[in-house]
Design a protein around this ligand. Structure first.
Ligand SMILES: Cc1cc2nc3c(=O)[nH]c(=O)nc-3n(C[C@H](O)[C@H](O)[C@H](O)COP(=O)(O)O)c2cc1C
Length: 354
């Protein structure tokens, strides 16, 4: 199977040389759609790519040309941050439980069955680079396409909540100035142990940070990326979070990869002893992500909150896309599958699904 991201190479090699897309002669015709509204903007479809695979403007340009309409620029920070050492991405065999998942070299012939795990640590170029690169990305996109820029804070040990909020707001303001149509504040990362990976679990902190970001970006639409609420009080925590951010956020992107131990068959952690657990994605997380979207939609509707939903998790076919629309999503974003299915957007559009 051809992959646009080379998992045997480093992040920086992929950043410089990627994406390895099939030649432009092989770009399928992009089926025309009726425009739809998402976050107050008219877009060609409700289909896009979640924060992660699109490392820079070159990646955005390549995928925009293949019919992906909602394009998320991988999470950026207020200061440069190195990527964790490779490997950063592995294909895995996984069951639906909560135990370890196991790396596999033998890839299924059927891309719709693929699951994988990533561990990058949210690297970032310095703001001087990404502020210019976002402008290049925006210029490379077509009509009816939306640029979503994902931002995160980089808290130090003794930072107050206000400092965390200001750091998010600074990144969000820079991204807005650079041309982002939408800001996505990443409140969840399964691969970082520091505070920015778990903001969404604290409703009060989420509310305060969201208010500060809103002050920094004016009317620019704001999405918040969250993870699963995993304990018994799941529904209550989700409700508290949604209430805390409604009014300042315009929507929620759910769900980030689900954290599990990622091991070789002999028990060695794939990403090294420091990162035994990492974010799992693809087929194995689709069902829980659909359930999370359905629950969020029920709360939003019953409590009349003004929040859109961008669904993420295991979409690699038109049927997966339809699952999320039926669960109440306003948009559907693919995280890992566009790496091995770069023309999935055309396929889903051709079936008149969006
Ligand atoms: C290569 C890669 C890098 C990722 N990096 C980020 C990131 O920087 N910020 C973020 O919010 N999510 C990141 N993610 C998570 C995706 O946005 C998405 O939540 C996850 O892949 C689940 O979707 P999927 O099952 O369609 O792959 C990354 C995913 C992949 C595959």
């Amino acid at each position: 199977m051809d992959c646009t991201y080379d998992i045997a190479a480093s992040y920086s090699e992929n950043f410089q040389r990627g994406p390895r897309l099939p030649s432009s002669a092989n770009v399928p015709a992009i089926p025309a759609n009726e425009r739809v509204e998402f976050l107050g903007q008219h877009v060609n479809s409700r289909l896009g790519i979640a924060a992660g695979l699109l490392l820079n403007a070159k990646w955005i340009e390549g995928y925009a040309a293949r019919g992906w309409d909602l394009l998320s620029y991988k999470t950026v920070r207020s200061a440069a941050r190195e990527c964790y050492p490779p490997p950063n991405w592995a294909f895995v065999n996984a069951d639906a439980g909560e135990g370890p998942v196991f790396a596999t070299e033998i890839l299924s012939e059927d891309p719709e069955t693929i699951s994988s795990a990533v561990c990058f640590g949210m690297p970032s170029m310095p703001p001087e680079f990404w502020r210019e690169d976002i402008a290049r990305a925006k210029a490379a996109m077509g009509d009816g396409q939306m640029l979503i820029v994902s931002v995160v804070a980089s808290p130090e040990l003794n930072w107050s909540a206000a400092q965390v909020a200001d750091d998010y707001a600074q990144c969000a303001a820079w991204a807005t100035e650079a041309g982002a149509d939408v800001i996505e504040a990443n409140y969840s990362c399964p691969n970082v142990c520091s505070a920015e990976g778990q903001i969404y679990c604290d409703a009060d902190l989420s509310g305060a940070v969201t208010q500060t970001i809103r002050t920094g970006i004016g009317d620019t639409p704001l999405l918040l990326k969250i993870g699963v609420f995993q304990n018994a009080t799941n529904a209550e925590n989700q409700r508290a979070f949604l209430h805390a951010v409604a009014g300042n956020a315009n929507g929620i992107t759910l769900v980030n990869g689900i954290s599990r131990a990622v091991l070789h068959h002999d028990g060695r952690p794939v990403f090294g002893e420091d990162y035994v657990k990492a974010g799992v994605m693809g087929r194995i997380i689709h069902a829980p992500c659909v359930a999370a979207v359905r629950e969020a939609r029920a709360v939003i509707d019953s409590e009349k909150l003004s929040l859109a939903l961008a669904a993420v998790g295991g979409v690699s076919s038109a049927a997966d896309y339809e699952d999320f629309i039926a669960a109440g999503a306003d948009a559907v974003l693919c995280g890992s599958s566009p790496m091995y299915l770069p023309d999935l957007a055309c396929g889903i559009k051709a079936g008149n699904h969006c």
